[in-house]
Design a protein around this ligand. Sequence first.
Ligand SMILES: Nc1ncnc2c1ncn2[C@@H]1O[C@H](COP(=O)(O)OP(=O)(O)O)[C@@H](O)[C@H]1O
Ligand SMILES: [Mg+2]
Length: 261
Amino acid sequence: MSIPPQINSSKPHAEPLVAIQLLSACRILVINGKGGSGKTTVSTNLAAWLQQRGETTVLVDADPQGSASYWLSSRAPELPNIFGVKIELNSRITRSFQWRAPKSTRWLITDAAPGLTGPALDDLIQNHDLIIVPVLPSDIDIRASARFIGELLLTRSMRRQRRPIAVVANRVKQQTTAWERLQKFLLSLNIPFPARLRDTQHYVRAYSEGRGIADYPQQSHERDRNDWELLLCWLDAQASPSQWLDDPAAEDVDSDATNAS
Ligand SMILES: Nc1ncnc2c1ncn2[C@@H]1O[C@H](COP(=O)(O)OP(=O)(O)O)[C@@H](O)[C@H]1O
Ligand SMILES: [Mg+2]
């Protein structure tokens, strides 16, 4: 029997929880092999944008560091409510097919742990529909991210069904050679990079206040608000729930889940 994951949410919910592979939601995996690339910054901000639109959004904290859960716990009750699912390191809920979320979930965003490889990486990909890889534009990070994206593309799940991938170039300082190299690298892989986030203390402050850029008044943070527009368009263009429900791989996951419970 599986243990229900801990739900952190600023408001109580009365909805039944269902396994994530049965949701008619778009499930987004935010991942990079390296720590510090901006996974939590991207996950929390995306959750804030999507919930601001009034679409039920779940933030899954799959990193033992718990940064996404801490952000949720800092969120003021008057802000749009985001459901939180915390995956405990020592629980039996580490396999993603055992995760549960409210039935009405439209968007599920997973803030992944760094350093995942092999079956753990494959398991996560199998239960998500889209992949976002935040990359820092330094030589070390570009090399590490190139290796990581290569590994992603070779996982069993990706070879069976290629999920759309987008890169978010994070902490970009315009006109640097590192940024130019990053663009060349992404173009060579034919991977879109619909967002570049500025290197700004706005993100540091937003995290500590339990907010995303979306949660500030329209007239503030204008440059940073604009940076998210293309990424949100990209998500909307990819997200077609019926496509995920028809996925034959989902049937395999169902039987895996049944066998495991
Ligand atoms: N665009 C940005 N501008 C300034 N600081 C940033 C930006 N993105 C991330 N940071 C800061 O960099 C650190 C690492 O980011 P984080 O999102 O926690 O990375 P990860 O989850 O991949 O480890 C955090 O202190 C975060 O506030
Ligand atoms: Mg993190």
